[in-house]
Design a protein. Structure first.
Length: 481
């Protein structure tokens, strides 16, 4: 039978003509009366609420398990003492890392996830794996004393640094827009290690307190006081210093962009290996004799701490220089005042701009002053995000979402420029970033929070009038909006 005869025998199916489209759509029932509904294939797994709930549930379960394990080893009283002493350095370390992240602050949810992962998940993995490895070494060598030393020197650094690096890896993969460089890697790694050290200090201090109860010692000669001095006073930065090396590796990989695939794999692995090596040297310092700990502490740990601190501050200043490099093209196009990139590249000028906005607009209503300072802070945040977006586009090429994200950021800036522009200009003059003989005049009228915002960007600023800021420096990879 021929193909034509087969087609001839098939019943004719009416096809909706375009001219009758409105008639058919008008006859479609409302959504509540639909008989045929789209299948929700995989929608639960894609839900942000579901993923957030799953992560919180896993971390909570890990926290409960680690709480039970530590309490069983230290006892209730030892656990409470260890908890009270271990929490002391946590606010200081978190504040130090948060200060480092002031240029482009990451969301708190990422940092809280990193801290919780270190305190719960990484600590649980470390306790279980280290205990199992120590028992296996003791059984294989029939020497429990050497098993503890080998476990602390060879096994613990590998297990602990790998478990802590998982938090950095997860944020690096799934929060890529919020992980843009070395500073982000240092901050995320620092919060993770701070959480891990917090749980570990509870265990060590709680065990030391139980030992003091058995020996009947107290005061400065007690084991608890010695453990507190070594772990909390002398070396609260130990675990953050180790894990920060992993964060630096991820941060440098993030700077390279998606095109450098080898760098994105090799550099994080190199950072993790360096973290393991430094951790192993620190744990094995007692094997170098009675003064091995002090030698490693003075000749290696302190210089390494100073070097990493210098690198973190340098990376922070580099982020500020990015603003003074990337934002002038927007000032030339009319989006920013000429002095604003200079003020935005200085943390002192930023703070002064917020203070001046609050001072200019606080009379007679203080709420207006607070709203004005908040508007300037938001303006600074959006301008920083704009500069980082352009930097990533220059290094990694402009993706399909570059133009809408840039337009959104410019719209946010335009909504707040009436109050932020004069404040930043004043700060640039007052801090000496822009030298003139006269300071700018304060804005003539106070800032009214919640006022009407423009629905669209003005035409002269939407179109650059023939000037293309993306091509002024010879960079032809980033297309204009």
């Amino acid at each position: 039978m021929s193909e034509g005869s087969v087609q001839h025998q098939q019943p004719a199916v009416p096809v909706l003509e375009e001219q009758r489209l409105d008639e058919f759509l008008g006859a479609v029932p409302e959504r509540g009366q639909w008989r045929y509904r789209p299948r929700r294939v995989g929608m639960v797994w894609r839900s942000k609420a579901f993923r957030a709930g799953a992560v919180i549930t896993v971390l909570a379960l890990c926290g409960l398990v680690i709480l039970a394990l530590v309490r069983r080893q230290t006892g209730t009283e030892g656990f409470l003492v260890g908890l009270g002493l271990a929490v002391l350095p946590v606010p200081l370390l978190m504040a130090a890392f948060r200060w480092l992240d002031r240029v482009e602050p990451g969301p708190w949810r990422n940092l809280l996830f990193a801290f919780s992962w270190g305190a719960c998940a990484a600590a649980l993995v470390a306790i279980i794996a280290n205990s199992f490895a120590t028992r296996w070494i003791a059984t294989a060598t029939a020497d429990p004393a050497s098993a503890d030393t080998l476990g602390a020197t060879l096994v613990a650094p590998v297990v602990e640094e790998s478990a802590k690096a998982v938090a950095v890896l997860l944020i690096f993969l799934f929060r890529r827009r919020q992980f843009g460089g070395v500073v982000d890697g240092i901050v995320v790694a620092g919060f993770t290690a701070t959480g891990f050290a917090f749980t570990e200090n509870i265990l060590y201090l709680g065990n030391a307190f139980g030992e003091d109860q058995q020996l009947g010692t107290s005061g400065f000669a007690s084991v608890t006081a010695g453990t507190f001095f070594v772990r909390v006073v002398m070396s609260p930065f130990a675990h953050p210093l180790f894990t920060v090396l992993s964060g630096i590796g991820f941060g440098i990989a993030a700077l390279g962009g998606a095109r450098h695939r080898v760098r994105r794999v090799v550099l994080p692995l190199l950072g993790i290996v360096l973290a393991m090596g430094m951790h192993a040297l620190w744990n094995g310092s007692t094997a170098f004799g009675p003064y091995g700990f002090y030698l490693v502490y003075g000749l290696f740990m302190m210089p390494s701490f100073g070097l990493v601190t210098w690198l973190a501050v340098w990376a922070r200043q580099r982020e500020l220089r990015t603003l003074s490099t990337e934002l002038p093209v927007y000032a030339a196009a009319g989006w920013l005042a000429p002095a604003e990139p200079l003020a935005l590249a200085s943390m002192r000028a930023r703070g002064m701009a917020r203070d001046m906005a609050r001072h200019w607009n606080s009379h007679p209503d203080r709420a207006r002053g607070k709203a004005a300072a908040r508007a300037v802070a938001e303006y600074e945040s959006f301008a920083t995000s704009l500069a980082m977006l352009r930097r990533r586009a220059r290094h990694d090429g402009a993706g399909p979402d570059f133009a809408p994200r840039e337009q959104e950021l410019l719209h946010h800036l335009w909504q707040r420029r009436e109050i932020a522009g004069p404040a930043l200009t004043y700060a640039a003059h007052a801090t000496g970033r822009l030298r003139t003989h006269r300071l700018p005049v304060p804005p003539p009228r106070p800032y009214a929070p919640g006022g009407p915002a423009p629905q669209q960007l003005p035409a002269p600023h939407r179109h650059y009038g023939g000037y293309n800021p993306y091509l002024d420096d010879g960079d032809r990879r980033t297309p204009p909006v």
